[in-house]
Ligand binder design. Structure first.
Ligand SMILES: Nc1ncnc2c1ncn2[C@@H]1O[C@H](COP(=O)(O)OP(=O)(O)O)[C@@H](O)[C@H]1O
Ligand SMILES: [Mg+2]
Length: 383
């Protein structure tokens, strides 16, 4: 007689898609997560958010996923109702709520833990995390504060600087300042930062709205472009550097993977933008471990953990570095609190090379989500 498994499978809601420019990458990341998750322990409930922000129930969400991963979804997830769904910030109704249940007829579908596999605004930036904290559902990854600080390049840099991490020179401004006094803004940036410089919307990702400026004229164009995407803009000195990344997993005692490096065969663009990193042209290759000395590896890992702790990170993150070509100085560029998880993404590759397979990574981050949730639940809220 076989041993009966008494342990109930946990229902993991995988939220993917989303309103950001990284919608497609999110779908690919979710596909990879669903294929690698341990099905003896977890039932996956797919939940999609369209580009317009509409939430799709599992029965519709699954049709957006790659064909190859549909077989990994539970039957109940696929055959359920096609009613509109939502999560609401009310713990007594937590779970995936059919909006028809507002009339009281349909109970919410319970979810034991949520894995937001969303990149960029409205997913990685604390907005969804705030909703999940309100609903008191355990979820994978950083909480509201860390997610918001990881998305806002100005807030992120202030925390990094406070933690003593080395950064490039930068300044920031509001869009209104630029619109009211463009000439003065350009003069200030030319004086404080100089050329070449990089102009970015403070809160985005995937290189959207980012450009490199070589002189005052191109700086004006760069500011006008970035100002289309955010009310807050950051301008950084241009660094001639190797681009190295390091993956981090953990809550209170985070661990860093071996670092990886983007090696560019032929310089095609002005900088290594998102399309280059995700293109399969063979021009850019992500190599793990990064070909750097043992001591540089150790410094990268220490700095990655420090950056994670500086934003009060949880679960997982990827920390990106610049290693200056002359002088060899190591600078932290940014942290990504929901890094890409596709088969070509850096985060799973760095853990694989460090001896942790994607199924093991997923198991760890789900357990970390449950741990953090019970730690949060200890907090008293009244006197
Ligand atoms: N200060 C800088 N100096 C040199 N290159 C930069 C600088 N900032 C950004 N880049 C280039 O632009 C890319 C995207 O910038 P990044 O800050 O990582 O934004 P995103 O959040 O969109 O990934 C980097 O990977 C790098 O190639
Ligand atoms: Mg980046």
């Amino acid at each position: 007689m076989g041993v009966t498994r008494l342990v109930k499978k946990l229902r993991v809601g995988v939220i993917f898609g989303g309103r950001s420019g990284e919608h497609e990458v999110s779908v690919r990341s979710a596909g990879a997560v669903i294929e690698a998750i341990d099905r003896s322990k977890y039932d996956v409930v797919p939940i999609a958010i369209t580009k317009a922000g509409k939430w799709l129930p599992p029965a519709l969400a699954s049709s957006l996923l790659p064909e190859s991963c549909r077989q990994f979804l539970s039957r109940t997830a696929l055959t359920g109702s096609k009613d509109d769904v939502a999560l609401v910030g009310d713990p007594s109704r937590s779970g995936l709520l059919s909006l028809d249940s507002m009339r009281g007829s349909v109970p919410p579908q319970p979810l034991d833990v949520i894995f937001p596999v969303l990149h960029g605004p409205y997913g990685e930036d604390g907005t969804l995390q705030g909703l999940l904290e309100m609903a008191a559902i355990p979820f994978v990854g950083c909480g509201t504060l860390a997610s918001a600080c990881g998305m806002d390049k100005v807030a992120m840099k202030a925390l990094f600087r406070d933690a003593g991490l080395p950064l490039c020179r930068y300044t920031w401004l509001l869009r209104s300042e630029w619109e009211e006094n463009p000439a003065q803004v350009v003069r200030r940036i030319a004086r404080e930062i100089g050329f070449p410089c990089f102009v970015k919307p403070a809160n985005l990702g995937s290189s959207v709205g980012i450009s490199k400026a070589a002189n005052k004229r191109s700086l004006e164009q760069a500011l006008a472009l970035a100002a289309r995407y955010d009310r807050k803009l950051i301008v950084e000195e241009g660094i001639a550097a190797r681009e190295i990344e390091c993956a981090v997993i953990g809550n209170d005692n985070p661990e860093a993977s071996l670092p990886g490096e983007y090696l560019v065969r032929e310089k095609a663009a002005e900088f290594l933008d998102y399309t280059e990193k995700y293109a399969s042209t063979g021009n850019v290759e992500f190599v793990v471990p990064a070909p750097v000395s043992k001591s540089v590896t150790a410094r990268i890992q220490q700095m990655a953990v420090k950056a994670f702790q500086a934003i009060d990170g949880a679960g997982l993150a990827r920390v990106d570095f610049f290693l200056e070509r002359t002088g060899g100085k190591l600078l932290v560029n940014e942290i990504n609190t929901l890094p890409g998880l596709t088969d070509v993404s850096g985060f799973p590759k760095m853990w694989a090379a460090s001896g942790v397979s994607l199924p093991d990574v997923l198991e760890r981050v789900i357990q970390l989500a449950l741990e953090l949730h019970s730690d949060r639940s200890r907090n008293e809220t009244e006197r």
